[in-house]
Design a protein around this ligand. Structure first.
Ligand code: AHR
Length: 489
């Protein structure tokens, strides 16, 4: 063991609140995320509220889910919201062309989603259809869900059983406009955005479809061509991926594949820095939020499942992705003020998996739950000096960290060691003296371990004892591939 890892708190440096919306989730009409995931229908034997599973609502409330993005993803640019309102037996069907070519019966629509968000205590984030919709259609949707007075759209809402508007604040103006959202050039999309945004009335937080990973030109062109008063958020999508043509298995992966996934995960730090630097040029006061509204691990689908359903298992590798990424977001929370893990249930890096009545909380769920202490807390800037995790001569930082102080005065630090073989001793200089320390750890025997329907609690947080506090110095020993969150008082 080398004791070179050093984390230094800068409690007096200027800082900001870590927006709880960084801990947001994403639910698309894709595979079994909505149907067979959240929504089992109102005749199901599984306990539900208006067709939404009660156990899922409880689990997401424990997570303190702050916001939920819906209905896509690529699906959003094929979705016509008026298909999903009114009596369910009268709703038209469509084909979900992006995801498995299955028939979408529209039984889960606007009311179902927004009422579910109320149950969850989460803010809805609606992604509008720009690719195949119209300006009028999106303007109508805004009026339908938000307008308190009398109008054709609010009348329609009331006829469908909802008196008061839901007051939806977060709106995506299309999704991946560079790809499934219309294959547009940034110059063209900037104009399209301006047009759509012009007709979205009321108090809406408008988020432009953002760059694909390191497409910095996309950010540059949008920031240059969209006036700041029309823009509240600019999106960014980046998945932790080995190679789009060779994504590898979600469970049976080699160390080489693990390293490649971690390399792609660590790249988020560079992406956030570089996109932010471009935004700083046009928006030095940081009015516009960088909204990373799709992130997470993406592997081959589980064998025997529909290739268009993107079902994958969730191992300790995914816990590493979550821990590292959330530390990056916390540390850049001056600009990153919202993010959405893809996707909540049964799709990609899910926090919940379901099979019939059964439900499993994944290692990623546990990381999100452990980290929720950072929501709306004040960031404590940290400087991290880390040993390297080296694979075949290539290096990544083994240790990442972020810290915050909550409203009660407690300080939390989240630490991740991605090295699959070596424990890490870390010295934390806290700058102030604390009296007590407690904490939890997420670890397991093998990197490939996961929670299954037969062993749902194989991986879960346990009490962490390997931390010693002496005045301003904290000594921590992190086992290989583990996530630790400590509370200091
Ligand atoms: O999350 C799955 C898909 O990934 C989304 O629909 C799309 O926006 C992205 O390409």
């Amino acid at each position: 063991l080398r004791a070179q890892n050093k984390v230094t708190f800068h409690p007096d440096a200027p800082t900001q609140t870590i927006n709880r919306n960084i801990y947001g989730h994403f639910a698309e009409h894709l595979g079994n995320c909505i149907y067979g995931g959240f929504y089992v229908g109102d005749t199901s034997r599984i306990p539900h509220v208006n067709g939404v599973r009660k156990d899922i609502i409880a689990a997401l409330k424990t997570l303190k889910i702050p916001n939920l993005r819906w209905p896509g993803g690529c699906f959003a640019d094929t979705y016509h919201w008026k298909d999903g309102i009114g009596p369910k037996d009268k709703r038209p069907t469509i084909v979900n062309t992006w995801w498995g070519g299955v028939t979408e019966n529209n039984s889960f629509g606007t009311h179902d989603f927004l009422n579910m968000c109320e149950e969850l205590g989460a803010e809805p984030y609606l992604a509008g259809n720009v690719g195949s919709g119209t300006v009028q259609e999106l303007a109508d949707w805004v009026q339908y869900v938000n307008f308190p007075g009398k109008s054709p759209m609010s009348d329609l809402r009331q006829q469908n059983g909802r008196q008061q508007p839901w007051k939806v604040r977060y709106w995506g103006v299309g999704n991946e406009a560079w790809g499934c959202g219309g294959n547009m050039r940034p110059e063209y999309y900037a104009d399209v955005y301006r047009k759509y945004a012009t007709f979205m009335s009321g108090n809406t937080f408008k988020i432009a479809s953002g760059a694909n990973s390191n497409d910095y030109n996309w950010t540059e062109v949008l920031m240059k061509n969209i006036p700041l008063h029309m823009l509240d958020g600019l999106a960014l999508h980046h998945y932790s991926i080995i190679d789009w043509g060779k994504k590898g298995d979600a469970v049976n992966f080699t160390e080489e594949q693990y390293f490649q996934t971690m390399r792609s995960t660590c790249m988020m730090d560079t992406l956030v820095r570089k996109h932010s630097a471009i935004m700083d040029k046009y928006d030095p006061k940081k009015k516009v939020a960088l909204v990373v509204d799709e992130w997470g691990g993406w592997y081959n689908v589980q064998e025997g499942t529909n290739p268009g359903f993107l079902f994958q298992q969730n191992t300790m590798r995914d816990a590493m992705i979550a821990g590292v990424t959330l530390n990056i977001f916390n540390n850049h929370s001056d600009r990153v003020r919202m993010a959405n893990l893809a996707q909540t249930i049964n799709v990609l890096q899910a926090v919940i998996l379901t099979k019939g009545e059964q439900l499993v909380l994944t290692p990623t769920y546990h990381v999100m739950e452990m980290y929720n202490v950072h929501q709306d807390a004040t960031l404590v800037p940290v400087e991290v000096q880390s040993n390297s995790y080296t694979y075949k001569g290539e290096q990544l930082p083994a240790v990442t960290a972020s810290a915050s102080k909550d409203k009660s005065g407690a300080t939390h630090i989240s630490l991740v060691n991605i090295d699959p073989a070596k424990a890490q001793e870390i010295t934390v200089q806290t700058g102030t003296a604390y009296r007590t320390i407690s904490g939890r750890i997420l670890a397991s025997a093998k990197l490939q371990d996961y929670n299954s329907f037969t062993q749902p609690d194989k991986i879960k947080p346990t009490a962490f004892k390997d931390a010693v506090l002496k005045n301003n110095t904290l000594s921590v020993k992190l086992p290989p591939f583990s996530v630790v969150v400590l509370e200091l008082k």
